[in-house]
Design a protein around this ligand. Structure first.
Ligand SMILES: Nc1ncnc2c1ncn2[C@@H]1O[C@H](COP(=O)(O)OP(=O)(O)O)[C@@H](O)[C@H]1O
Ligand code: SF4
Ligand SMILES: [Mg+2]
Length: 318
């Protein structure tokens, strides 16, 4: 069953240098209990997409249909209600919260905002949630700065799930963590998906992370989808030159996990007032004359596997 449908979604930011096309005509669907991985380099519009879906920012145009209802232009009251059904897990859950709140106060906050239960009921719900995400009751009165990255992210997950949402946007949830901890958090998220029936959008710049969690994958480049398919097909036979480059990039040793590992040559085209043509052309080893003035449309190449490239068949010998 389809839970979310996005149609021609756009978000343009006004900047002193012109209109910045952060999200530029995205369309996709997500089924219940599935995970859509959204992958692409820093600045390609992933977080903007996540924020649009949760109404943290307004869209420029396009539709967001959640559970059969168009929620692209809704009242503030309705938006507040939707908050219970749609939540976000951030890269650093503590970047946006009060450092003077303890673990249990942090997790309880959404319940308090919505006045959901007496003090005792709230405290029971928090204890139950802490158990579910594997946080020891011993640290319930600890402060965020006293916790390591993995525990902090468990608290972030607990806080996002305390209202029992159906749909969760996970924005680089493991990108700030050590690789050993990443696997623990990913496994926890997969278990929670199963037990709570969650639907995820999993945003990351890291191809190796997206592979483990996604049913379907959307590869983004400068605000647009360049390739989409189920996870297996993307990894077995990437069709778009950009995806191929992402997959061939050699991970550098794990010195600083926050640096992005993608190695590609050429200048990234500016997202401000982009010209016609393929946005990847300046870095594409296959680029021809046509690529620089004609936009490639996202088209189905093989069953359910779509790419936006004029020469996708030639490049892949199809
Ligand atoms: N509030 C804003 N005002 C202007 N430009 C923005 C704003 N938020 C994001 N951008 C721009 O939109 C583009 C996409 O950003 P973002 O969605 O954060 O990308 P990602 O999450 O993939 O790194 C970037 O060029 C970024 O600079
Ligand atoms: S349309 Fe041209 S520039 Fe763009 S990916 Fe395909 S071959 Fe490369
Ligand atoms: Mg981001």
């Amino acid at each position: 069953m389809e839970l979310l449908r996005v149609e021609h979604l756009k978000k343009y930011f006004e900047t002193p240098r012109g209109l910045l096309h952060a999200v530029d005509d995205l369309s996709f669907t997500i089924s219940q209990r599935q995970t859509l991985g959204v992958v692409g380099e820093s600045g390609c519009g992933k977080s903007t997409l996540g924020r649009l879906l949760l109404h943290l920012i307004d869209n420029t145009s396009g539709k967001i249909i959640f559970d059969g209802e168009d929620i692209s232009n809704i009242s503030d009251a309705k938006r507040r209600e939707l908050c219970k059904r749609m939540q976000m897990i951030f890269q650093d859950p503590f970047a946006s919260i009060d450092p003077r709140k303890t673990v249990s106060q942090t997790i309880a906050e959404p319940l308090r905002v919505f006045h959901l239960g007496s003090d005792r009921e709230i405290s029971e719900k928090v204890a139950e949630m802490m158990d579910l995400v594997g946080i020891s009751p011993r640290i319930r009165n600890a402060y965020p700065h006293e916790l390591d990255g993995g525990r902090r992210q468990r608290v972030g997950i607990a806080r996002a799930l305390i209202l029992r949402p159906e749909f969760v946007v996970c924005d680089e949830p493991v990108s700030a963590l050590d690789v050993s901890i990443q696997a623990q958090i990913i496994n926890l998220m997969l278990e929670l998906q199963e037990s709570l029936g969650l639907t995820y959008i999993f945003i990351t710049h890291d191809m190796s992370v997206v592979r483990h969690v996604s049913d379907n994958i959307l590869v983004m480049y400068l605000g647009q989808v360049v390739e989409t398919a189920n996870s297996e097909d993307i990894f077995a036979s990437p069709l778009h030159p950009y995806t191929q480059a992402l997959l061939s990039a050699v991970p550098v040793p794990d010195i600083d996990h926050k640096t992005e590992r993608i190695i590609l040559r050429g200048e990234i085209t500016s997202p401000i007032n982009p010209k016609h043509g393929c946005r990847f052309a300046s870095r594409c080893i296959y680029a021809k004359e046509r690529c620089f003035h004609e936009d490639p449309a996202l088209t189905e190449v093989t069953g359910g596997h779509c790419a936006a490239c004029h020469f996708v068949k030639e490049i892949n010998g199809l």
